[in-house]
Design a protein around this ligand. Structure first.
Ligand SMILES: [Ca+2]
Ligand SMILES: [Ca+2]
Length: 478
């Protein structure tokens, strides 16, 4: 009996050992899109949008219809996603905050975490904000050959070093122009081509392949064929309410900036042109993603790769008399999110649980079996939601600039600005967020509940820190 046990025990343990050590880890295909609001075919965010590739990916995985960024601004949104820490936990609030200098060296960004745990990390395009790419954590990263991109497709100021307006059509700062060039002349084409190349190669280690597209970020300058998909006279404008700003606190009106882009757009009479430009840029972006996904579906990695596709935040096209992101409302913060996980997600699942992008770091750790990093992440894994389970009590939290926060639950959006101004919207009755209910006494307990989700610590913004340091130095020298 004893002898039998001694022989049997190692045989029992072997399969477990083999699984834990030798089993292949799944690859990760990490697709980032810049400035794509919740306008996709599958979400019907705009009746005319054309996104067959995103729709196709969505139909084979799980889409989150209420997915929100951590911050409606490129740099803080991406820094939050890649470090797993909210802006309020790092002090990275704006596009001017160099996260590489602000975030503690002990914080391990997502790509570095995968690299440190045996993954080959490969990247192209915009993963971190343009000015502040990660200086480590990549085994290989595409260096764009600018000679492949025509002068009509890159901002002409790079060529002529002159003012944008001379070369870009558009209205004020809202830039859009059909280009007389081919997809191959566009930077995103080559960014995607890098991903295609990697998917056509054999890899000795599991890979973390990050592909970040620039469109539909402005300028909405894409080949003319994409504009031709959206005849100007048929363009449908977003639904807006006259005097929508009347019930906002002063901070809300400051965020909306009604006398800025929107006043210029109205004066120009070219609102439809701008929406056409954005739809064209989305169609171009979708076509590039289609190239990547076509290769992926035919590749040997199709069934052992986790796909996660996200956009860094949304956009306004005149709702609340606002354009761009940089705000706390639904349009600026809601953005597409698609997951496909072999053996876990079921084709065509739509999940309406409100979540924010802070979940991506911990979810990827759990799905790949990687340990969590040493620093405490602000988000939680959503593995259980990927199969279609919902969480009625979930809340997404978003922050733009210092101490301006919003909380989105299934039924409500609550906004609290730095100076205490508040907005409250009943999403079940008022999906456009037209009626601010924050002053209703009967809703105080709702507001209190929503406020309980706000970040408990708010690290000073870099600009505040610098001012404090300057003041301290002055006081010391006085
Ligand atoms: Ca962005
Ligand atoms: Ca209103």
């Amino acid at each position: 009996m004893k002898k039998y046990f001694i022989v049997f025990l190692p045989l029992c343990l072997f399969p477990l050992f083999a699984l834990s050590v030798f089993a292949d880890k799944p690859n990760v295909l990490f697709i980032a899109i810049d400035d794509l609001r919740d306008w996709t075919g599958y979400s019907a965010g705009h009746p005319q949008v054309k996104t067959p590739s995103l729709d196709s990916l969505a139909s084979t995985g799980t889409v989150f219809t209420r997915s929100y960024c951590a911050s409606a601004c490129c740099n803080p949104s991406r820094t939050a996603l890649m470090t797993g820490l909210r802006p309020s936990s790092t002090g990275v609030y704006t596009n001017g905050d160099d996260w590489r200098k602000i975030v503690s060296q002990e914080i391990v960004p997502l790509n570095t975490h995968f690299q440190q745990h045996g993954y080959e990390t490969l990247g192209s395009g915009k993963i971190y904000h343009g000015g502040f790419p990660a200086e480590s954590g990549w085994d290989d990263y595409l260096v764009i050959n600018r000679k492949l991109i025509t002068n009509t497709a890159v901002p002409a100021k790079r060529k002529a070093n002159e003012d944008d307006d001379q070369y870009f059509d558009g209205v004020g700062g809202i830039k859009f122009q059909p280009l007389d060039c081919n997809d191959e002349n566009m930077e995103d084409y080559h960014i995607v081509h890098y991903g295609i190349d990697q998917l056509n190669k054999k890899h000795d280690k599991p890979f973390f392949l990050a592909v970040g597209l620039h469109k539909p970020h402005m300028p909405w300058n894409v080949p003319k064929k994409y504009y031709d998909l959206f005849p100007l006279d048929k363009i449908v404008l977003p639904e807006v309410l006259e005097n929508d700003l009347d019930d906002l606190p002063p901070e809300g009106i400051q965020f909306a900036k009604p006398n800025g882009d929107h006043a210029q757009i109205l004066e120009s009479g070219r609102w439809k042109n701008a929406v056409q430009g954005y739809l064209a840029a989305i169609a171009f972006c979708d076509a590039q993603i289609g190239r990547l996904l076509d290769t992926f579906e035919k590749s040997p990695y199709r069934d052992n790769t986790i796909v996660v596709l996200w956009s860094d935040h949304g956009w306004h096209h005149g709702e609340k008399a606002h354009w761009r992101k940089f705000a706390m409302w639904e349009e600026a913060n809601r953005a597409p999110l698609i997951w496909r996980v072999p053996g876990l997600t079921k084709a065509g699942t739509k999940n309406n649980t409100p979540i924010d992008l802070m979940h991506i770091y911990p979810t990827l750790c759990e799905l790949t079996g990687l340990p969590f990093p040493k620093h405490e992440l602000d988000g939680k894994s959503i593995k259980t939601l990927l199969t279609g389970n919902t969480d009625e009590n979930a809340a997404a939290v978003m922050t733009y600039a210092y101490q301006n926060h919003a909380v989105r639950t299934k039924d409500w959006r609550y906004i609290r600005y730095e100076n205490g101004g508040e907005e409250l919207y009943d999403e079940t009755k008022d999906p456009h967020e037209w009626t601010n209910l924050a002053s209703k006494p009967e809703l105080i307990s709702i507001k209190e509940h929503l406020a309980s989700f706000l970040p408990k610590t708010n690290l000073p913004a870099q600009s505040v820190k610098q001012n404090n340091q300057r003041r301290n130095r002055q006081q010391q020298s006085e």
